[in-house]
Design a protein. Structure first.
Length: 204
C-alpha cells in the first residue's frame, strides 16, 4: 500500500508540473492573440468610427489600425455587407460577433479548469502525504518522528503547489474574460450604430 501512496504523491507533483506548463503556454498564446487583435489606436479608431456613423452622411475615418484588429475586421465585414446592399445585416453582424466571441474565448476553459481543480489536486497530494506520515508513525513509532515530520512537510508542499498554480491561473482567466467581455460589448455597440446608419441611409 505504501508503494501506491508514494507513487501517487510523486504523480501529483508531476501533474502539477504539467499543469503549470500548460497554463503558462495558454497564457502566452492568449496574451499574444489579444495584443495582436487589439494592437494600437483601437480606442481612437473606435471613437472615430462611431462619430462618423452618427454625424456624417458618408462613412469616413483616417485613424490607422492593424488589419488583424478585431474592430477593423468587424467594420470591414460590415462595410462589405453594406456595399453589397444585402438584407439581414442584423443577423450577419450578430453572426460575426459570435465568430469573434469563439476566438476570444478559445482556450480560456483550460485556464478555468486548471484554476478550479489545481487546489483539489494539491489537496489530494496532501492527503496522500499525510497517509504516508501516519503509516510511518505507526511503523517506526516515536523514533521515526523526524521521518514523519518530513512526510507532513512534503504533504503540505503539495497544497502550496496547488494554490501556487491556481491563483495566477484564476487571475489570468479573469483578466482575459474581462477583456473579451469589453471587446464584445464594443462590437455590440458598433452593430447598433451600423444598423442605425443603414436605416438612415435607406430613408435618405
Amino acid at each position: 500500500m505504501l508503494e501506491y501512496v508514494e507513487f501517487g504523491e510523486e504523480f501529483i507533483f508531476f501533474v502539477m508540473g504539467i499543469a503549470s506548463v500548460v497554463a503558462l503556454a495558454v497564457f502566452a498564446e492568449r496574451l499574444i492573440y489579444f495584443k495582436k487583435s487589439l494592437g494600437k489606436n483601437n480606442e481612437s479608431y473606435l471613437d472615430e468610427v462611431r462619430n462618423s456613423l452618427q454625424e456624417e452622411p458618408e462613412i469616413n475615418w483616417k485613424t490607422n489600425v492593424n488589419e488583424d484588429s478585431i474592430y477593423s475586421r468587424f467594420i470591414q465585414f460590415a462595410m462589405r455587407q453594406l456595399s453589397l446592399g444585402r438584407r439581414g445585416l442584423d443577423e450577419s453582424l450578430e453572426g460575426q460577433i459570435l465568430s469573434e466571441k469563439l476566438e476570444l474565448e478559445k482556450r480560456l476553459p483550460i485556464l478555468n479548469t486548471l484554476g478550479n481543480n489545481a487546489p483539489f489536486i494539491g489537496l489530494l497530494g496532501t492527503v496522500l502525504g499525510v497517509i504516508k506520515a501516519f503509516y510511518g508513525l505507526g511503523t517506526l513509532g516515536s523514533s521515526g518522528a523526524e521521518v514523519v515530520m518530513r512526510s507532513i512537510s512534503t504533504a503540505l508542499l503539495a497544497t502550496a503547489a496547488g494554490l501556487g498554480v491556481a491563483i495566477p491561473v484564476v487571475m489570468a482567466n479573469n483578466y482575459f474574460s474581462r477583456k473579451a467581455k469589453v471587446i464584445l460589448q464594443n462590437l455590440e455597440i458598433l452593430k447598433k450604430e451600423l444598423l442605425s446608419f443603414q436605416m438612415n441611409k435607406t430613408k435618405v
